[in-house]
Ligand binder design. Structure first.
Ligand code: FAD
Length: 387
């Protein structure tokens, strides 16, 4: 594409915006990124505890809410994202369960590589520049009083920034583009529960955690739970929190409950033997957990075996202030052509990344979709404007 013929604005310099910018600029497009932060990829560098869990090789529709709506893309998500990083000079490492990381295990180093590429390609990067609203001019847009032919909206979410509301202070911007959102709920975080866990706060335990809807099993994860004073936390809880919110949005009236099996590592035979011990609870748990379980057994009038293998917790789903990694909900998918990620009403407007009503499980699925969606939108703009 001859430079300066068509101008493309990208609002938001996170993973999705940067992926779109690089894809466009590699083909000579004139790209401007508007970023409210003082740096690009600010969230990206904090991901995966600083290591950056970039993608996951095991992709299926059940890894995303509305996964069935992006079914066509699923076979390409992983390979496109791998190619993206490799072609920009980020060496990769795939772990034994399919999680992809930078070989450096350092998201900051990977971010620096991508940002240098943007600079080398002459992308106009406007840092500390918030975009409050956008207006239409002809087929294009006025962004902060400047004309652009195409607009990519990649404003992400406020996940993990507790001082910023769930709408990421972008409701005026989205309204100016006639983009409505579904309700926003924090996910991939601790799950608040009705039960008081103060007496076992900060205890950790290897367990299996299952989510039930009206008594029907929806999901199970095995790993460590971290008890907080009014919440369950830990990586397995983060995954269950996504399933919980997805299920809740489908049917908010159903009874959702979380059950913990404290003996998930034991065979049935071992469990039977343990239950025959004089005081199984005291012999299996720390004093604090034992005391809590005895209290629950008495209060809920449940058997010892149920207490140890099927202890129920009632989740509270609301805009909790507990730390979360992702925001569920976003721009309504019926407003978007999911093949190209352009607006169904405006073929020059594209919406990518977490601001869309698509979120994935813990394990690299969110960054993978952010990067992939940026690439898809950019490619579509290129096919429209080249020639
Ligand atoms: C602590 C943490 C760890 C995570 N770890 C992982 C992980 O290991 N693997 C994984 O897959 N996912 C992880 N995630 C989720 C993942 O980081 C996000 O889903 C992904 O970064 C979303 O990318 P995005 O580009 O859509 O949005 P964002 O990264 O949110 O970027 C949006 C950008 O737009 C800017 N912006 C917003 N509004 C405006 C405006 N009006 N004007 C100008 N600029 C604006 C913001 O400042 C931001 O830089 C993690 C999230 C957190 C918070």
């Amino acid at each position: 594409m001859p430079k300066d013929t068509k101008k493309i604005a990208i609002i938001g310099g996170g993973a999705s915006g940067v992926a779109a910018a690089l894809t466009l600029a590699n083909r000579g497009a004139s790209v401007t990124i508007f970023e409210r932060n003082e740096r690009l990829l600010a969230k990206f560098i904090t991901t995966g505890n600083g290591k950056g869990n970039l993608a996951n090789a095991n992709v299926s529709s059940s890894c995303y809410n509305h996964g069935e709506k992006i079914e066509k893309h699923l076979p390409y998500l992983y390979s496109e994202v791998v190619n993206f990083y490799k072609s920009h000079g980020v060496a990769l490492f795939l772990d034994e369960v399919g999680r992809l990381y930078p070989y450096s295990k350092n998201a900051k180093a990977s971010a620096s590589i991508l940002i240098s590429k943007l600079e080398d390609l002459g992308v106009d990067i406007r840092l500390n520049t918030n975009v409050d609203s956008v207006s239409k001019k002809g087929t294009g847009f006025l962004v902060n009083n400047e004309y652009f032919d195409y607009l990519i909206l990649s404003v992400g979410s406020s996940a993990s920034i507790s001082s910023v509301p769930l709408d990421n202070n972008n409701s005026t911007l989205l309204s100016s583009l006639a983009l409505e959102t579904t309700s926003l709920v924090p996910v991939l975080g601790a799950i608040k529960v009705k039960e008081n866990l103060f007496s076992i706060e900060n205890e950790r335990r290897d367990i299996s955690m299952s989510l039930y809807k009206d008594g029907r099993l929806l999901a199970t994860e095995i790993g460590e739970v971290h008890f907080r004073k009014n919440a369950l936390s830990g990586v397995i809880t983060f995954i269950i929190s996504s399933h919980l919110v997805w299920a809740y949005k489908i049917d908010s009236k159903a009874k959702h409950d979380i059950r913990i099996n404290f003996l998930s590592s034991m065979s049935e035979k071992e469990i039977k033997e343990v239950l025959k011990l004089d005081n199984p609870i005291r012999s299996l748990f720390s004093e604090r957990i034992a005391h809590y379980l005895e209290g629950r057994m008495k209060k809920d009038k449940i058997s010892l075996s149920n207490t140890l293998t099927n202890l129920s917790f009632t989740p509270i789903i609301k805009n909790g202030a507990l730390f979360n990694h992702v925001t569920n909900g976003g721009v309504k998918l019926e407003l978007i052509d999911l093949d190209t990620l352009s607006s169904t009403k405006d073929s020059h407007l594209f919406v990518v990344g977490e601001v869309l009503d698509i979120d994935g499980l813990c394990g690299g699925y969110n960054l993978m979709f952010a990067i992939y969606s940026g690439i898809v939108a950019a490619r579509h703009i290129l096919t429209e404007v080249v020639n």
